[in-house]
Design a binder for this molecule. Structure first.
Ligand SMILES: *[C@@H]1O[C@H](CO)[C@@H](O)[C@H](O)[C@H]1NC(C)=O
Ligand SMILES: *[C@@H]1O[C@H](CO)[C@@H](O)[C@H](O)[C@H]1NC(C)=O
Ligand SMILES: *[C@@H]1O[C@H](CO)[C@@H](O)[C@H](O)[C@H]1NC(C)=O
Ligand SMILES: *[C@@H]1O[C@H](CO)[C@@H](O)[C@H](O)[C@H]1NC(C)=O
Ligand SMILES: *[C@@H]1O[C@H](CO)[C@@H](O)[C@H](O)[C@H]1NC(C)=O
Ligand SMILES: *[C@@H]1O[C@H](CO)[C@@H](O)[C@H](O)[C@H]1NC(C)=O
Ligand SMILES: *[C@@H]1O[C@H](CO)[C@@H](O)[C@H](O)[C@H]1NC(C)=O
Ligand SMILES: *[C@@H]1O[C@H](CO)[C@@H](O)[C@H](O)[C@H]1NC(C)=O
Ligand SMILES: *[C@@H]1O[C@H](CO)[C@@H](O)[C@H](O)[C@H]1NC(C)=O
Ligand SMILES: [Cu+2]
Length: 573
């Protein structure tokens, strides 16, 4: 923790940084104007969602999927900055538990609404209701998804759009559309993960998708008019595959990365890792004739920057349709995928890199074997093992022991103090790229080294961005690293994990316990606690529910279970 005087100096420096760049940048001037504009009256946007099994065949192959109110694809959440979003969730799945995470929403002052089971709540059993309520404080393209035991690839996810009355790009586009991209599987998640988590899987092979879906099978055929500009909100929902997007010869102007504005970066190819979003502007030229093919491909390559042996198994061609009487042509093959480097996009807000940092968290990621020879993934040689008591509930109920990582068990806990500037270094020791996500924050990406660079050599001499881009998922290159920073001013318990869902189920998760002194005795909604009661899960005390001696680790789960039941509902005996 910094002394108060240092914090005041930091605050002053931050102000000075913004003020001086305002002199040189009209963008920041508009940014400040927007901040001064009167705040529109906010409203409450309410969704009543019964979570139900739905039979769906988005690619022609029928299978049960997790839907909402008997419908699939799942609906969008749409709100405006400042609104309160309420989701009344009722689990009607019968045979599975559930829960929702609102990806990219920082949940300021509502850490208990973040949604991951075992972290900020208990899994919600069948015939049980929980209410999520939070403010959408920042504009952007987000999504929601089940964060309950590998359930989201079974279809439980959808867009979450927060509209911005002060959108700095307003006026530059005529219409907006959502383009969701995902990998898709004919088997259900539990079957797939069981197939992966077996000692015979010595190469740590994850499930491979059967196909690609765009807009969950509804496709992307957008009627367009010459001379108009379209905003596409592109979301990658995939469990493993990155998406490559190419609008033929048309330039994409990237205006957001995840939930942060960037300076309208002109690109011709984009790579969007699982859970990432980009909003782009595409203008249909006046002189053009014919319909524009739009190529979307799943990138399953271990290293897309290594041009030898790349393969593209799953493509989809959509169209921007000018004239229905003209043919809808196939996309021209792309000879070389050379997507823009989104780690060097310029942030619209011009905020300088947070510096110096107070706390360094270094995470070496590698695949590993557990005590029983099962394939797992590890941070610093430890795989994440879910405990009995959700980690936030332990933080709230272990008094001043909650600053001691011992009380949380093997959830890879990292304690950070309120106000710390935290630097996370991810060393990816694997020969494939992985997308890492932090809950509770948009973070700065100071640097992402090229494929094959090796682990982080220390801060000295690295070309860190002076004004780094912000996002909530960073794709780290194979055998390489990335350096991230954020301010620990959002008390809560926030997961940091690979957003390949199969790797989450292998244990590729760490837990940031932010400002635990401010989490002591925090209250929880009665319906969230009732979900724990019905699950037979303790909701107080250390990881094993010990409320007498918080550092007594008896009952902690120290070996990952050898049977995998995913979100299957197994009533407590
Ligand atoms: C759960 O119930 C649904 C609907 O009856 C069924 O389609 C599905 O196969 C069941 N199994 C699992 C593992 O969830
Ligand atoms: C959800 O289920 C409850 C209980 O059956 C029902 O009363 C309610 O109308 C349903 N809500 C929706 C939106 O379908
Ligand atoms: C998926 O289902 C098919 C057909 O039932 C089966 O042959 C295949 O082995 C399954 N894959 C996995 C990973 O379980
Ligand atoms: C595109 O325009 C055609 C012809 O007017 C219309 O039939 C079709 O429904 C439109 N498609 C969409 C997605 O709006
Ligand atoms: C794209 O540009 C190339 C080279 O200028 C041209 O040959 C091709 O026809 C263009 N394709 C489309 C769909 O406009
Ligand atoms: C590129 O890929 C090829 C084929 O998989 C592999 O043999 C080679 O080692 C890779 N190169 C690098 C620099 O990783
Ligand atoms: C998918 O598109 C890429 C880029 O145009 C191409 O190289 C690849 O062959 C395509 N794959 C299939 C299965 O058509
Ligand atoms: C919490 O810790 C403080 C300081 O160690 C102690 O005085 C207090 O009794 C503890 N409260 C509970 C409920 O254990
Ligand atoms: C709490 O448990 C730890 C670990 O078993 C033990 O070392 C310690 O003495 C216990 N403290 C008390 C007050 O019993
Ligand atoms: Cu997430």
């Amino acid at each position: 923790m910094l002394p108060p005087a240092a914090l005041i100096v930091l605050f002053f420096l931050a102000l000075a940084g913004v003020a001086s760049s305002a002199i040189v940048s009209s963008d920041v001037f508009f940014f400040l104007l927007a901040a001064l504009a009167p705040v529109a009256t906010s409203s409450v946007v309410t969704y009543d969602w019964n979570v139900t099994w739905v039979w769906a065949a988005p690619d022609g192959f029928g299978r049960p999927v997790v839907g909402i109110n008997g419908q699939w694809p799942c609906p969008s959440i749409e709100a405006t900055v400042g609104d309160t979003v309420v989701v009344n969730l009722l689990n009607f799945l019968g045979n599975q538990t559930t829960g929702i995470h609102f990806h990219g929403i920082n949940q300021i002052k509502t850490a208990e609404m973040d949604g991951p089971s075992g972290t900020t709540q208990c899994s919600v059993p069948p015939d049980t209701a929980v209410k999520y309520q939070f403010t959408v404080d920042a504009p952007g393209t987000y999504w929601y998804h089940s964060h309950d035991m590998g359930q989201y690839p079974d279809g439980f996810r959808g867009p979450l759009i927060v509209h911005d009355p002060a959108d700095p790009f307003k006026g530059l586009y005529d219409e907006e559309h959502i383009m969701s991209i995902t990998d898709w599987y004919h088997n259900d998640s539990i079957t797939l993960v069981r197939g992966m988590l077996t000692p015979s899987n010595t190469v740590f092979r994850p499930p491979f998708p059967d196909t690609i879906l765009v807009n969950d099978g509804q496709g992307f055929e957008i009627n367009v008019t010459k001379g108009k500009t379209y905003r596409f909100r592109i979301i990658n929902y995939a469990a493993i595959a990155a998406a490559m997007v190419n609008f033929g010869n048309l330039t994409m102007g990237v205006i957001t990365s995840d939930a942060s504005y960037v300076k309208n970066e002109a690109v011709s190819q984009l790579r969007i890792a699982p859970a990432q979003r980009h909003d782009i502007l595409v203008t249909v030229g006046d002189q053009d004739a014919g319909n524009y093919p739009v190529l979307v491909g799943l990138d399953m390559n271990r290293d897309w920057t290594n041009s030898s042996g790349l393969s593209w198994q799953h493509n989809y061609t959509g169209h921007m349709v000018l004239d229905l009487s003209l043919p809808l042509l196939a996309a021209e093959p792309v000879d070389q995928w050379l997507p823009a480097d989104d780690a060097f996009f310029k942030p619209y807000n011009d905020i300088a890199a947070y510096s110096p940092y107070d706390k360094l968290i270094t995470l070496d990621f590698s695949f590993c074997l557990d005590q029983n020879g099962y394939p797992r993934s590890c941070f610093n040689d430890l795989t994440y093992i879910s405990q009995q008591v959700p980690t936030l509930y332990s933080a709230a109920t272990t008094n001043d022991s909650n600053t001691n990582p011992v009380v949380y068990g093997q959830v890879n806990p990292f304690i950070v103090d309120y106000g710390d500037t935290v630097q996370i270094v991810i060393n990816n020791l694997d020969a494939a790229g992985h997308p890492f996500h932090l809950h509770g924050h948009q973070f700065q990406v100071l640097y992402r080294a090229a494929s094959g660079f090796g682990p982080w050599p220390g801060d000295e001499g690295l070309p860190y961005a002076a004004h780094p881009p912000w996002r909530d998922v960073v794709a780290v290159m194979p055998n390489s690293y990335a350096v991230l920073r954020f301010h620990a001013t959002n008390p809560g318990v926030w997961l940091f994990h690979c957003h390949v869902e199969w790797h989450v189920e292998m244990g590729l998760t760490a837990t940031v316990i932010e400002a635990p002194d401010r989490l002591r005795d925090m209250p929880f909604p009665a319906d969230h606690i009732e979900a724990c009661r019905r699950m037979g899960i303790p909701y107080q005390g250390n990881a094993a529910g010990n409320t007498e001696n918080f550092t007594d680790t008896s009952g902690f789960i120290t070996v990952p279970p050898t049977t995998y039941n995913g979100a299957l509902y197994l009533p407590a005996t």
